[in-house]
Design a protein around this ligand. Structure first.
Ligand code: SAM
Length: 457
């Protein structure tokens, strides 16, 4: 467990699918005045340097975001998404890729709340550090900080989500994006969703998953369709024909429960274009299906015929949701340093709206399954997803999970748990925080496949 590093995969075709949909979900949520809570159960590091050792090694972004970067015929939804990426790369050169926390930060409004959870001992530090840099950059641009807008927590996201639902405003967008490194992740998602829908049936939940040969993956969408949500929308994007050995991730899906009614037409416009631009061979295709729950009579589903990559070429229109940097920000990336970073030994205070409190692991953790925690270092609590995965227990969720303690990086707001007192956080040595992965941790499960090799799981 914990060998997965998203830095190897940042900006690949699956990220394009996930993040362009995320932008659309935020834009829809932004249309109503009431603030909402964005919950990112598996946040990653927030920003990825595409010239890092990991990203360069896998090169996956070349067949993802890089194929959209220079296009001038993007459908509006993709133009909005690429604008978010551009905000990180004001020089025009594609160097940084935004993770889901950064996408949320850019597209959600100042009054909306971001609750970010990450359980990797190194990635949590990079996430904190990246957001601290971002907030410092915004402060330099004269933007006012919002004290509790962003909270980052060193916690099991499946577990943490419970404490946030329902949110005070009764509006929430939840992204569930685990590594699926262990088969149990499929079950954890389903269990977490059952619980979430019971607590907050009207939330919008977006679940990413890899489309693979393994049984858990093949059965996953059907299992999600049986969840008690009023409506669901399911989209898959396949960029290449799977090889005979079944290795590699050529296809991924997003399953959205309680989707905005606007999303399906946007997907129908955008997916043919993605197939055309990201498709690698004749096997490239997409599929869109949706369903509603018919009370007392199960689910009713409708599926579209699969697309074939002809593309609609709807043309780029004016963008509305994504903010672009102003002034100096056009020249300096938000991650280019500067700002009020904490120096080693300095006491830590809240950094311009990113609240970071004690519980952070000390120092850099070793990577991979053999990593031994040092004295005082965080160890995944028994009963969390991480603990169970490592122990290779039988399928099933132990009862103690609900009570498993998790050390904290950041306090939650009143709708969640307590906040703790401050403790210094580590600094990333590279912008984008992607420099933490060990190349030795490569391989399909450790997040370090070769280009064109196995994908996320
Ligand atoms: N959502 C991110 C994005 O789109 O940029 C990518 C997330 S990555 C696929 C999955 C992340 O979940 C990894 O950084 C991993 O360390 C973290 N993780 C794994 N198990 C977790 C858990 N139970 N709770 C929180 N984070 C977890």
């Amino acid at each position: 467990m914990f060998s997965y590093r998203h830095a190897y995969h940042a900006g690949n075709h699956a990220d394009v699918l996930k993040h362009f949909i995320q932008v659309q979900l935020h834009q829809y949520m932004n249309q109503k005045d009431a603030a909402y809570t964005y919950v990112d159960t598996h946040a990653g590091v927030g920003v990825y340097a595409l010239d890092s050792a990991q990203s360069s090694k896998s090169g996956e972004f070349h067949d993802g975001i890089a194929r959209l970067w220079e296009r001038d015929d993007l459908p509006k939804a993709l133009a909005d998404y690429v604008d978010v990426v551009r905000a990180l790369n004001p020089s025009g050169k594609l160097r940084y890729y935004p993770g889901s926390p950064y996408v949320a930060e850019q597209v959600a409004r100042p009054e909306d709340r971001l609750r970010l959870f990450e359980l990797h001992p190194s990635d949590i530090k990079h996430l904190v550090d990246n957001f601290r840099k971002l907030e410092a950059h915004k402060a330099e641009q004269g933007e006012r900080a919002r004290g509790r807008r962003i909270l980052i927590d060193y916690k099991d996201g499946f577990q943490a989500m419970k404490a946030l639902l329902p949110p005070p405003s009764r509006r929430a967008l939840v992204l569930i994006d685990p590594p699926y490194e262990v088969k149990l992740d499929y079950k954890h998602v389903r269990d977490a969703m059952e619980d979430a829908l019971e607590r907050f049936p009207s939330g919008t939940y977006a679940i990413w998953y890899p489309v693979l040969q393994r049984m858990e993956s093949r059965q996953f969408p059907d299992r999600l369709k049986r969840l008690p949500a009023k409506e669901w929308l399911h989209v898959t994007l396949t960029v290449a024909t799977p090889g005979p050995d079944g290795t590699g991730m050529h296809s991924s899906g997003m399953f959205i429960l309680n989707p905005p009614y606007t999303l399906e037409p946007i997907l129908r416009e955008t997916l043919p274009y993605l197939v055309k631009v990201l498709g690698q061979d004749g096997g490239a295709t997409f599929r869109i299906e949706r369903g509603t729950q018919v009370t007392g009579a199960g689910m009713r589903a409708e599926a579209s015929p699969a697309g074939t990559g002809t593309g609609t070429g709807a043309g780029r229109q004016a963008t509305g949701g994504a903010r672009v940097p102003i002034g100096n920000a056009r020249r300096a990336s938000p991650l280019s340093g500067g700002g009020s970073l904490r120096l080693p030994g300095q006491p830590f205070v809240d950094a311009n709206g990113v609240r970071i409190v004690k519980g952070e692991p000390k120092g850099e953790a070793k990577e991979g399954r053999t990593a031994k925690p040092r004295a005082g270092e965080y160890r995944p609590p028994q009963g969390t997803a991480a603990g169970r995965g490592a122990a290779k227990t039988a399928e099933g969720r132990p009862a103690e999970r609900a009570n498993a303690p998790a050390k904290r990086i950041a306090g939650s707001d009143k709708s969640g748990a307590r906040s703790d007192s401050a403790r210094p956080a580590g600094r990333s040595t590279k912008p984008g925080g992607a420099g933490a992965g060990s190349p030795k941790s490569g391989g399909a499960r450790s997040g370090g496949p070769k280009r064109g090799g196995p994908g996320r799981p």
